[in-house]
Structure formats: C-alpha cells, structure tokens
Design a protein around this ligand. Sequence first.
Ligand code: UDX
Length: 443
Amino acid sequence: MKIGVIGTGYVGLIQAVGLAHLGFEVVAYDIDLSKIEALRRGEPPIYEKGLKELLQQNRERLFFTHWVEDLRDSEIVFVCVGTPQDAKGKANLNFVFSAAERIKPLLTGREIVVLKSTVPVGTNRKVQQLLGNSAFVVSNPEFLREGIALNDFFNPERVVLGFGESHPQWVREKMLKVYDYFLKKEVPFVITDWESAELIKYASNTFLAMKISFVNELARLAEKVGAVIRDIAKGMGLDSRIGDKFLNAGIGWGGSCFPKDVSALIWQFKEWELEPKLPKATKEINEEQLLWFLNKIKRHYGGNLSGKTFALLGLAFKPYTDDLRESPALKLAEMLIEEGAFVKGYDYVEGARRNVKKLVELNTSTRYSYGLMVCDDLADTLKGADGVIIAVEYREWNREHWDEFARLVRHKAIFDGRNILERKLVEELVNRGWHYEGVGVKV
Ligand code: UDX
C-alpha cells in the first residue's frame, strides 16, 4: 500500500519513517526544498534519537519529494503540517487547509486523508467539506514525546481514530489495516467521531500540563509550611488513580505542544461561550512559576542581580532535545538578563547550544545579544559564576562534579529549578558549603 505524508516536520517525519519501517512504501512531501534535499541525503532536519539510523535503514521504502503530484496514487495521505498559535493563542489552520487544497486535484474519491496535525474541534469536518466526495477524512492525533518519539511511535499507549458519521465501513477497515502492527500488539484503540478524537488530543496535553501546574502551585505552599513537594508528589502518585507521572515540580512546562495546546483549548471553550477555568489556571500558574523562581534567586542576593553571573545548566525545553520552543530555561535567562545579570548557558545537546547561539547571533531578542553567552564546555560555563541554575532535568551531576564546580564558581549557590538533585546529595553539598534552593523543598 502506498502511503503519502504531507509535512516532514517532527510528526510527519516520525510517521513517514515509522510506516516505512513497518513495511509501507511512503512518499513524504514538503514545500521546503532544503528539508527534502537533506532528507534525501539521509540527514534528518531535527534531532531525535535513532531517527537518522532508521531513515537510512528504510531508504528504499522512503521517497522524499518537493512535488505534490508525487502523492498521486497514495491510498492514504497523512496530513502532518504545523498548526502554530496566532497572537491570540488560537490555532492557525492555514497550513492544514492549504495542504487539503493542494492534494484535492490528485484524489479520486477512494482515498483516505488523515489529519494527524493537532487541530481544534470542527476542523476534520471542515476539511471533509473542502474535499467533498474526493476523499474520506479521518482524525488520528499523535501523542509523541520529543526525545523518545520513535519509541512512542512503535509502542503507543493508545491509537485514537475519529471517523465521520457517514463514512463507509471500508474506511475503518483500511485504517485498522494500516495500524495492524499495533492491533497485533494489543494496543488499545479508541474508535470515535471526529470531534471526540480532536478533543482527546487537547484534553490529554492540557491535563498533563494541569498536573504539573497543580504540583508547582502546591510547591509554593509546601515551601511556606516547611513540607517537601517531592514527598507529597510521591504520596499522591502512589494512588493509582492519580499516578506518579508529571508530578515533578519545577520552573514549569514548555515545548512545542503544551503551551500551544493549552492556549488553543482555552480558545475553543471561549468560542463555544464556556469559561475555561482549569485550562486558564493551568496556563497562569505556569507563567507565574518562573517569576516565583526568579524572586527566590533574587532574595538570595539581597534583591539585586545586577552584575551577577549565572551558570545556566540546560537550555532546551526539556532534556536531550535541541528544541528551544517555549523553553522555560531561555525565558528564565531573559528574566535574569533583564535584572542586569549575565548568563552563561550550557546544554548537553550540541544542537541546543547551536540553536541558542543562532538566536544570540540573530539578535531576535536584544537582551540575548549582550547578556547571554553559550559555552561548549561545562567548566567554562561555571567559571566565575555567582550561582548555578539547573533549568533542565538532566541527571548527570554527581558529588564529584559538584566538587569540581566548587573550584570553578565564585559563589557556591545552587538553584535547582527541576528538583533534580537527590536529598542525600543536597545534604552533602550543603555540608560542603553550598547554598541550595529547589522548588518546594526545605534544606
Ligand atoms: C508532550 C506530551 O507529553 C506528548 O504526549 C504530546 O504529544 C506532545 O507534548 P513533549 O512536548 O515532548 O510531549 O514534552 P514532555 O516530555 O511532555 O514535557 C513537557 C514539559 O513539561 C517540559 O518542559 C518538561 O520539563 C515539563 N515537565 C514534565 C515538568 O515540568 N514536570 C513533569 O513532571 C513533567
């Protein structure tokens, strides 16, 4: 079966490579010629563990093209284009509709067009209206986490499929055939209507963001009353109805999905004249969290950060990715610079460092140009620092590292924005003269 994929960004590329690995012949189309050329050379434009290898391994079943006509004869076309948020937080659907318009002339009425892009409720219906009788539209949201996206592709916790009420039975059967590998692995399938499938995606991401915001807000109370958020989260998480995932307090959530999807869900409530109380609070708490953390840092320096130098450990929005979108680490860097501090940033992912260097060079934020320096070496980052800020949840540092850091910094203060250092290690460090502050922890 020939399968088409529109868009070779994060979602599209994983979908294309994943399906090729399952044995399908895949044609992946993108309007960006440079991306296509890179992919033809076997170079993925994004950093994802195992992707390059899998891309090369499945070369004979993967065809990358810049010509939309090459999608002709694809029995199923997955639309995986971006749905960025506009200035008001609403999802911009221009790419989705233009993809549908572009393929319409190639369709014969027997094809299935699958929307994998995250789209607001009602979009699958609108795309079906646009395509008319030329194809059947199916909603199939993705739940890929960056950094382990291939693992998530091959081992999903569920597959969600949303169909139109008048779709013939063969459309369902064909979708199940494409995902036969997952059926055989007994992955649960949620077969539903378009609108429910669309909302499952937004609800899942907003709920996860809400869990984090809940625990972050609670951390503020925990700290005031002398409790430890990590223990509270552990005690909560052992209740299987709550679960222990996404209860790590820190400086907040970022990335390409949570911020965009929470905002888009808020919009959808408003469009249907409902008050989005929890999604709104989820977003607000996340915005406050960085300020709350910054104030903690400021308090340690008597309220004045002017002239201070900070070693910022972690730059991307989470570990082991080069993705800087809505990165809390970078937002914190901007806030520190605004306070008159100088920031030396480091990330274990070389691509993340490179991307931040580009931002500094491009001068996208004037603040970066004079207040942020990216170091390729951890020791350089720490040299002469007045404080060390852990902004991304890397678990790389043991006591020996901190002993080495102690020799490099000017002032021994750790601000653990991800509560990543174990209690025992923190106690040892405090005994060795370090000042330590985490999120919702007492020392
Ligand atoms: C997320 C969803 O997990 C995925 O299912 C969806 O398809 C896309 O969005 P991703 O953006 O890759 O995936 O990031 P994720 O690993 O979920 O982390 C999001 C943010 O939350 C990160 O900034 C992370 O640091 C933060 N986080 C996560 C916390 O602050 N605490 C936690 O307990 C977990």
